[in-house]
Write a protein that binds this ligand. Structure first.
Ligand SMILES: *Cc1c(COP(=O)(O)O)cnc(C)c1O
Length: 417
């Protein structure tokens, strides 16, 4: 196969909603600080999107939203928080920022998200071992797929532990017709450059009511008390969204529903095209209760499936890193770790890369990360085995149906028959 000129990226936001009009308005209004008409307008748009009975605060990042939600649940030094292990580090790192300890919960096979049975076992075991209840439960909508909302909320009520839904990847996904992020005490959204919609960088927290929103906003704006000078009775943060970024968000909200539909359309095409490919399984909604936004489309690859060149996988240290070129990445000496995707998965990644198609392994479970080696973990092997056989494929507004056909053909071509 010939590689194409245009690289097909994993997920790239599409500024098709006349964002510049709102950004220009920020300049015209001379509101370029972290408050103003765009911030208010964006929050109203988000509120309409998630449902009028909720309140939404726009913040500088999804990570900031996780941080403030946990803070507001009373998480502090010495506490524990039950968090899905199969996730991006931003779900669990804020637990550590607060001096608390993450307790990692493995996934179930259907949604790849937090296993409710293991969650309950972990809660009981933590109470037995520490004499204290975990302070919060953080399920994650991995790649947009809803978690088992009913069961997780039932456990939350039974033990009276609040849920902070990490719906950073699940913007617009629904469970039994209800938007993710509206089930728990808090719902986290992210508008990073690669998420369902973007504000360049940003996030939001869905709150239960006005008081809860005010409390979050207070912490997000350095926790100031009402005096003619700076007076603080708590440690605050500088986490509010800029009025310029919110302008991008307002534009994006005009096309959000189209973006979600496009991701879902690509998913059904992938599912259709992979149906007859032996050894490859497309990750899809387990049943009609689940309505994923299919932010990233994912497949699993049987360990028996032979991919051309797999004998050369992991022979060289790579110079980049997953997640784009942004920031600094620590170089490593050794191309392998004790827990990594199978050779056929890595060979497929390299084969697709040579055809100018970006793909990515699934997120490496947090309980397998060196930095969390000492954190308690309740595991059943599901996330670790998925990590070894899984792969994310290009999704999003820039990916065409023709691209999907090209990608699936490229995958078929790389299989040794
Ligand atoms: C992206 C992401 C976040 C954090 O969002 P940022 O806006 O990048 O800070 C949190 N959790 C998950 C699962 C994510 O994918």
């Amino acid at each position: 196969m010939e590689k194409r000129e245009k690289r097909i990226l994993l997920c790239l936001c599409h500024l098709s909603g006349n964002e510049i009009k709102y950004v220009q308005k920020a300049f015209d209004d001379n509101w370029v600080v972290p408050l103003g008409p765009n911030v208010n307008g964006f929050e109203e748009d988000l509120q309409k999107f998630v449902g009028e009975n909720k309140e939404v605060v726009a913040l500088s990042a999804g990570t900031a939203a996780v941080h403030l939600a946990l803070l507001s649940c009373g998480v502090g030094p010495g506490d524990e928080v039950c968090v899905q292990s199969f996730t991006f580090c931003a779900s669990s790192n804020p637990i550590t920022y607060l001096g608390a300890t993450p307790v990692f919960i493995d996934s179930e096979k259907d949604t790849w998200n937090m296993d409710p049975e293991l969650l309950e076992k972990a809660i009981q075991d933590r109470i037995a071992k520490t004499g204290k209840k975990p302070k919060a439960i953080v399920p994650v909508a991995l790649y947009g797929m809803p978690y088992q909302c009913d069961k997780i909320m039932e456990i939350s009520r039974k033990y009276d532990i609040p849920v902070v839904e990490d719906a950073a990847e699940g913007f617009g996904s629904k469970y039994k017709g209800q938007v993710l992020g509206t089930f728990g005490k808090f719902g986290v959204l992210s508008f990073n450059g690669n998420k369902m919609i973007t504000t360049s960088g940003g996030g939001a927290l869905i709150c239960e009511d006005k008081d809860s929103k005010n409390n979050i906003m207070w912490y997000a704006t350095q926790a100031r008390d009402a005096y003619p000078y700076y007076q603080h009775s708590a440690i605050g943060y500088n986490y509010r969204m800029s009025n310029i970024c919110a302008g991008i968000g307002r534009g994006q909200m005009t096309v959000a529903a189209d973006h979600i539909r496009h991701h879902q359309k690509l998913a059904s095409l992938y599912a259709e095209l992979f149906k007859d490919v032996k050894g490859i399984t497309f990750h899809k909604n387990p049943n009609s209760d689940y309505d994923s936004n299919y932010w990233l489309n994912a497949i699993t690859i049987s360990p028996e499936l032979k991919i051309k060149g797999q004998e050369n996988a992991y022979k060289q240290v790579i110079t980049g890193a997953v997640g784009g070129a942004a920031g600094v990445i620590h170089a490593v000496d050794c191309p392998t770790t004790d827990c990594q995707p199978n050779d056929n998965v890595e060979a497929l990644r390299i084969a697709l890369d040579a055809l100018n198609i970006e793909s990515r392994p699934l997120w490496k479970p947090m309980h397998k990360q060196p930095v969390y080696a000492n954190a308690p973990a309740y595991v059943n092997g599901v996330s670790e085995s998925l990590f070894k056989i899984g792969m994310c494929l290009p999704s999003g507004p820039y990916v065409t149906e023709d691209d999907v056909r090209f990608i699936v053909d490229a995958i078929k071509e790389s299989i040794v028959d």
